[in-house]
Ligand binder design. Structure first.
Ligand SMILES: [Zn+2]
Length: 127
């Protein structure tokens, strides 16, 4: 029967690589492999999210320290040494004039290729 032949193709378990027989769309050899695979996907997503939050938190502490020192700007080289990563921002606005504006939560700043300036806290009221 063509139907049966179609349904009995071999596949490979996405988790352990074992050859599996059965339905063509079967992806796992067992329920435990299926669970392990999906737990791994969730773990990876969780770790990526935690890394982004940690980087933003690090940037925020660096910007906050500048403000506490009464500074409104700093060279990017100096900031890189402190661990600042300008790729991580929570908001971005195209510059009305020359420079784009970035935010790390409630702290905003302008950025050039070599420095940030006009660092300030803007507290917006949540809608
Ligand atoms: Zn498996």
């Amino acid at each position: 029967m063509p139907y049966k032949i179609y349904n009995e193709e071999e596949g490979t378990c996405l988790q352990c690589g074992t050859t599996i027989r059965g339905r063509r769309d079967k992806q796992f050899c067992s329920l435990s492999c299926k669970n392990a695979f999906h737990n791994g996907v969730l773990m990876t997503k969780r770790q990526q999210r935690a890394k982004i939050v940690a980087t933003l938190t690090g940037n925020y502490h660096i910007l906050e320290a500048l403000l506490k020192e009464g500074k409104t700007g700093a060279g990017l080289d100096e900031l890189f040494e402190l661990g600042f990563d300008p790729a991580y921002v929570t908001e971005h606005r195209r510059g009305k004039f020359r420079h784009d504006e970035y935010a790390c939560f409630d702290i905003w700043y302008f950025r050039t290729d070599t420095r940030i300036f006009n660092v300030r806290r803007i507290v917006s009221v949540p809608r």
